[in-house]
Design a protein around this ligand. Structure first.
Ligand code: GLC
Length: 709
């Protein structure tokens, strides 16, 4: 008897032993009982840890039930498990992206996976990594960046962290799921070669660096074809050109037609939603009929099952021993570490850090900060241990309207500020009216005004403004007291009409359950901020590729077409191409110390290698994120982030850094040949601290070559 070793061999061997009914049972998952569907009788009554997806196992062959949960910010529980005491609510992925620290993404992934394991979840629907193409996209908080390299590197490490705990992770949503407006009826139009150089390149690199057990296909169409049934993107690109060996699961309610198995989909998720949404038992009954009529070939059914089994074996969810113990105190520390590193200091005219050696009179205004920090909404929202400090229902159209709430995580920033500034006399004003807030501001030495905006799945923002009249409140307090600091808790860039009136601006994103503490530590100078923007802040929507978002505001269910005519020129790439100066640039973030760059040397050949020295020229320790960019090329002028590295330095210390660029970032994709092409010649390389601050540059000679797929 030969011992089967590789996941491929084991999958092939097991698949041959299955009955057809067992095969069909593996290619679907059932949504657990939640607000939108009752408990499905096909989920055994003794299964308590239900959540997003349940696929029955095959005990006789050692195949466990496949139980999936959301996701990137922690183990969610929007009502599936009333007895669940709550999970660690980690910061939003956009904040993880702001840390530019892949190892931190990995650390968060490990912790999330451990909290999944003790609940019996062996699949995490994590790895949300769509590019932040549109600053109105309600789900950008669940993604890392506007840049393919940042998104790929961060997404891959999050997946590696999760899968290191023998929990399968997805990467999602494949692909171009970059707006929420009528997402099930949205057709994303893009030039195919540009698609390969942007969103697809992000997935391609992330897959190479993490081998996710599954890829989740998104709701939208791409160039007229639904993502879950697109043979070109699923078979030709993902499984063909890239050689992906895992399985493609659909998003929940993303399979409008039963024959998607023929087009590359391997598992239909939450099948009750397809029945609800599209009116057909999309996969099983009709596929079985086609199978018995000989129209659905056995080989394809076996391939679907083998892919699923291969991931089961590759990640080891069939070999679980006792779940590793979970240290929730340690997980809170990780959530705090992430928040500390991902909060971005956008502006500081000397107002920060606050003086802690004298009794300041501080007005803290708005943002419900007497209760907690806010979170994003939708399937990724986490219910923290001990529950929310407050929940205010907001509502809205579509199936995600019921999950659109102002969630507040304790501890409150107000309490955290009182702890961090014991000498200060702190007044809280709810920011209920501009006039009332201005009176509080007027009698204070310093004002800390919070601006919050709830964003989430199923909704795009109509514009960049803060809701509930907060811009007027901030303007009023800044007029009453110029010593005003603004702290934002949003999932996207916002417009800042009061920007010139305030002394400092901090972007705290959705900082997770330890966010209140991290905000207070940064304001009080106990933590030196080091976050950098992974998404450009435009001065207005007029600067963006789509000032008007087609379909925005149309009734849920209206077919919508969004043309991503910027192609691969997403975010900073667009601003560089159009020579537009944004409000705050990609890569921007201030520190309480200063850094200098020197000795930039670049070499060419097959790719670009840059070496340089970073020095902390200030008086306190801090972290910097030097960035290396392509700023011009012989074939077409374009800007591309080629690499970055987060480096922590004590005062006066220097560090030499070497960054070697992923060659596909320097290349253009030849859609006809299906290959990457680097033109020979001189490439302009720049080193700096944002796309608008590039003090050093040099040229590298690259050899012409055609490579890869
Ligand atoms: C949701 C989301 C997806 C999530 C899935 C399961 O609608 O689009 O990201 O993982 O359904 O909740």
């Amino acid at each position: 008897m030969t011992t089967l070793t590789t996941p491929d061999e084991r999958a092939r061997d097991t698949e041959q032993k299955l009955t057809d009914d067992e095969r069909f049972s593996l290619i679907i998952s059932l949504l657990g009982p939640a607000s939108i569907v009752p408990r499905d009788p096909r989920i055994p009554a003794d299964v308590k840890n239900v959540s997003a997806g349940y696929t029955s196992g095959i005990p006789r062959l050692g195949i466990p039930a496949l139980q999936s949960s959301d996701a990137s910010m922690g183990v969610t529980n929007p009502g599936y498990r009333p007895d669940d005491k709550g999970a660690t609510a980690f910061p939003a992925s956009i904040l993880v992206g702001s840390s530019f620290n892949p190892q931190l993404a990995r650390k968060g992934g490990v912790a999330i996976a451990r909290e999944a394991r003790i609940r019996g979840f062996n699949i995490m629907l994590a790895g949300g990594m769509n590019l932040a193409r549109d600053v109105r996209n309600g789900r950008n908080y669940e993604y890392y960046s506007e840049d393919p390299w940042v998104s790929a590197v961060m997404g891959a490490e999050a997946v590696n962290g999760i899968q290191s705990q023998s929990v399968i992770s997805t990467l999602k949503h494949y692909t171009l799921n970059c707006n929420e407006t009528n997402r099930h009826w949205l057709d994303a139009i893009i030039d195919p070669a540009a698609h390969r150089e942007s969103d697809l390149l992000a997935f391609q690199i992330a897959i190479e660096r993490s081998q996710p057990g599954s890829i989740m296909s998104g709701y939208n169409k791409i160039n007229g074809v639904y993502a879950s049934g697109d043979p070109h993107l699923l078979n030709d690109v993902l499984k063909g050109a890239w050689g992906y060996k895992g399985y493609v699961m659909s998003d929940w309610g993303a399979v409008p037609d039963w024959d998607y198995a023929f087009r590359g989909l391997d598992q239909e998720s939450g099948i009750q939603l397809d029945v609800k949404q599209w009116g057909a038992e999309a996969f099983t009954d009709r596929l079985k009929a086609a199978y018995s009529d000989g129209k659905f070939p056995k080989e394809r059914l076996s391939d679907m099952v083998r892919r699923i089994l291969r991931s089961v074996y590759a990640v080891g969810i069939d070999k679980w021993g006792p779940a590793p113990a979970v240290d929730m105190t340690r997980h809170n520390e990780i959530a705090l570490e992430i928040a500390r590193q991902g909060i971005v200091l956008l502006k500081n005219d000397g107002a920060l850090p606050l003086a802690t050696d004298r009794p300041l009179k501080i007005a803290v205004i708005g943002g419900y900060v007497q209760q907690g920090v806010i979170s994003g909404t939708g399937s990724g929202a986490v219910s923290p241990v001990g529950g929310f400090a407050g929940v205010i229902k907001i509502g809205g159209a579509g199936i995600m309207g019921g999950l659109r709430n102002l969630f507040l995580f304790p501890p409150s920033p107000l309490d955290a500020l009182k702890n961090a500034l014991p000498q200060a006399e702190i007044d809280f004003d709810p920011g209920y009216t501009p006039a009332e807030a201005a009176l509080t501001a007027k009698r204070s030495d310093v004002v800390i005004a919070f601006g919050i905006r709830v964003e989430g799945e199923g909704f795009d923002l109509p514009d960049l403004s803060l809701p509930w009249g907060q811009d007027a409140v901030i303007d009023a307090v800044a007029s009453a007291n110029p010593n005003t600091i603004v702290v934002l808790e949003t999932g996207n860039p916002v417009s800042m009409p009061w920007c010139d009136k305030v002394k400092a601006i901090v972007q705290a994103w959705y900082p997770g359950q330890a966010g209140g503490q991290a905000i207070a530590e940064i304001l009080a100078g106990r933590v030196n901020p080091s976050g950098r923007l992974p998404i450009t802040f435009p001065a207005s929507l007029a600067q963006t590729p789509r000032p008007e978002l087609s379909g925005l505001g149309t009734p849920w269910g209206t077919p919508t077409t969004v043309r991503y005519d910027e192609g691969a020129e997403v975010g900073y790439r667009w601003y560089a191409q159009k020579n537009i100066k944004p409000l705050y640039a990609f890569g921007h973030g201030l520190s309480y110390t200063t850094f200098s760059y020197s000795d930039l040397k670049v070499s060419g050949g097959e790719t670009v290698t840059a070496t340089f020295t970073v020095t902390n020229t200030g008086k306190i320790a801090g972290a910097d994120v030097p960035q290396v960019y392509l700023t011009d090329a012989p074939d077409r002028k374009r800007m591309r982030l080629l690499g970055f590295e987060r480096v922590e330095l004590a005062p006066g210390v220097s560090r030499s850094i070497t960054i070697t660029a992923e060659p596909r970032l320097l290349a253009q994709f030849d859609g006809v040949a299906g290959r990457w092409r680097i033109a020979g010649g001189s490439y302009r390389i720049a080193l700096g601290r944002s796309t608008e601050n590039l003090p050093l540059n040099a040229a590298a000679q690259l050899e012409p070559r055609v490579f890869g797929e």
